[in-house]
Structures are given as structure tokens and as C-alpha cells.
Design a protein around this ligand. Sequence first.
Ligand code: ADP
Ligand code: MG
Length: 457
Amino acid sequence: MAVADRRLDTNSRDTKNDAAELWAEVLKCLKMRVSHEGFETWFAPTKGSTLKKEVIEVRVPNSFFAEWIGQHYSGEIGSALRSLTGRELTVSFRPRDVADAANLQRRNRFLGPVVRPEGYRLQARYTFTNFIVGESNRLACAASRNVAEHLGTTYNPLFVYGGVGLGKTHLIQAIGNHALSLHRNIKVYYVAAETLFLELIQAIEKNTRLEFKSKYRSLDLLLLDDIHYLVGKERLQEEVFHIFNHLHDASSQVVFTSDRPPKEIPTLQDRLVSRLGSGLVVDIQPPDIETRIAILKQKAALEERVLPQDVAYYIAVRVKSSVRELEGCLIRLFALASLNSKPITVEVAEEALKGLVAFPEPLDQNSIISTVAEQFGVTVIEIKGTRRTKQLALARQVAMYLLRKMLSPSLKEIGFCFGGKDHTTVMHAINKVERLKTQDVSFAARLEKLASRIRRG
Ligand code: ADP
Ligand code: MG
């Protein structure tokens, strides 16, 4: 206990060493309680940095680690600290990247406490208000809202599945937060399947299975995240099956999430598969471009930053697979802009995305047309259509000209891209743009800028 005694001398000269030693002890405890994979992923890259008063500050790689660890392991860390020090220390996770740390702080400041005491492990920032709805998640979101408002009566269980970073945890936590705002006294519990597994193992080891059971059985709303983790864990499946049956019989609501539908979770016992799928099963798909832009804008607004339309578009066209990736790009963009005291522009976005986006968009007709449309403030449908306002006609002619210069298709092919226009119309457009270029210097400069933007992708 020598380590603990020294460490708790809060007037100590060297809070750095104390924090490092204390956290190293915590890690030893966690290593025994957390799965090997979980430990290596989330805890191996962490380090105690300062210990002041009742707060130990721990360095983590980025804000995502901070949130993830808080969300999934706060119970384990708290009990390790208690058993080592005999006191209630608060852990403050600090991302190594300064800009990212400021970002996390800002987010938490604006969105209230990180963890709500009434709903264990519910983060206040995961709300329906903060969830952008598009075609890809409309049904999942509507079903989630409905469940939160009619606990245990409409869809029970609700099973939400979808790929990584598409908003499953956000939605399932939003259900908890919304339900709690409607009914103050209900018992809500959010738990990731991995944490449930740890709780179960502890209960078996410590002979506290009865407490474990009664904790789960007394809930009004159980939010069980990432249930695909049950694969190959027979004992856990058994337990989930019984917990679910009990809650269902008592008309308590259960919500599950997974990265795939119940039937596709291998080695899941048949009776559990049929239980999981017995209510409503809904999926979340990757968001479409409009939704991606809306998400980027909303995240920027939460950070109190303005994201210009062309920058939002630039990122949204390139980052398609997950919302988490979109967020990552935005964080990098803001960090780069602040560190270099630059405004937020497409050039900075290009820098921020370097190395993050695996495959640059190939130069194709769609990207040329959409970039021109965006620059002229019209839509792709309008530019390809037949309506002829002055602005639309010019946008169309410029797009035809750039297509010809950059991809060298035939006039007929260009006409085809624009809803089957005649090749003479295309010829006329190209000639007109050539003429304007020689007559109007500012038009020529604008055209050149547009072309280089398209080339950069
Ligand atoms: P999953 O659990 O499916 O892996 P998360 O719920 O953790 O994904 O989402 C990743 C990040 O993206 C979170 O910060 C979440 O708030 C955000 N997010 C996902 N979908 C949306 C959305 N439709 N609107 C706003 N934010 C979203
Ligand atoms: Mg998740």
C-alpha cells in the first residue's frame, strides 16, 4: 500500500509520478477484469499524467477513447480506484492532441454532464434532437422514439442493427435519455454486451449471481448494445435469454443493437435468435450525401463553428462509410484550422483528409457536373434538366465545356449526360464559353479556379 499512501499525499511535489504510479496500479487491476482484447485496445495506450486533489488526469490518444472508456468501463475503473485508495477519486481523461482535448471539453460543456446519474452510463449528448434523420436511418429513429414514448407496449424487443459508426449507440442511448425525460422514476440501464459479460464473470467469481440477476430483473428499460459480442459465449447467451424472458414477461422494454441481424449472428442459440427477432428489427444504412452534409453542419454548430457549404460538400463526397469517420475528419479540420490560425476552407479540408480517405474520387463526369452546379448555386438535376434561366444556362454551358476539356468525350456523349441534348447545342455551349473566356478576364479566372478545384477532387 506504499504506492497508495504516497500517491494520496495531494500536496506531493511530483503529481506526475504519483499519477503514473497510481494509474499503473489501476491498469494492473483492470487487466484482470477486462478482456485481453479490450485491455490492449483501450487501456494499453493510456497513461496517468497528474494527480491533484481528488482528480486523476489520464492521457488517452483522442476524444473518442475518452468517451468510449467512460461509457464502457467507468464502473470497473471506479471500483479499482476505490479498492486501491479507499477514496472516491474522479478520473479525467485528456486526449493527447491539444485541439482534440479542447474539443472534448467544449462538447461536454455545451451538452451537460457526461454521464447521467439516473440512467447509469447514459451520456447526455446522445439525444434525438442531436440525431440527424435521413432515408438511411428514418425507420430506426422513428421506431426508437416510439419505443421511448411507449415503453414495453409497442415494439418489444426493438432490435437495431447496422455497420460500425452509423449511430446505433447514439440511438439506443437517446431512447434512454428520452424515456427518462418523460418518466423520471423509471429504472434505465445501458450496458454494452462486453461489459455485461464482465459483470457476469465477476458475479460468478464473487458468488453474487443473485444480486446480478435482481439488478437486471428490476429494470423498466434495458438497453443492451453490441449484442454480436455474444458470439461463442454460451453462458452469456443463456443469461441474456433469461434476463430477456423475465423483462418481457414483466412488460419491461428491451432494446438491442448489433452489427448484423439476429439470424446472421453465428452460433447464437436458436431460441435466442427467435427471441431477439420477435419484436421489431430495423436497420441503419450508411447515410446519403444530404444526410452527411447535414450531420457535418450540425456537428460544426455544436462546436460553435461555421462550416462553409463547399467545405461540407468536399468532406461529405469523400467520407461515406461512417458518421464516426465524418466526425473524425471534422475534428481534424477544426484542429488544423485553429493550430495554423487559418479560416475553414476547402484547402484546409484537403490537408485534413490526407491519409484518412483511402481512395480519392476518380475524375468523372458526375464530379465535374456536381462541382460546377455547386459553384453556380444550382442543383445537379437542374443543370441536367431543360429549364433555362440565365444562371442555369451558363452553368450548363460551363459544365459542358469543362467535361470536353477534362475528359474529351464526344459531343454526342456530352449531350447524353445532359438529358439527351443535341450535339449542336453542345457545340454552341463550348464555343460560347471559349468566347467569354477571351472577352472577360474575371470569367476566365473563375473558370480556371473551377477547373483546378475539380482536378484536386
Ligand atoms: P455505432 O454505435 O453504430 O458504432 P455511434 O452511435 O457510436 O455508432 O456513432 C458514431 C458517432 O457518430 C457518434 O458520435 C454519434 O453521435 C454520431 N452519429 C451517428 N449517426 C448520427 C446521426 N444520424 N446524427 C448525428 N450524429 C450521428
Ligand atoms: Mg456503438
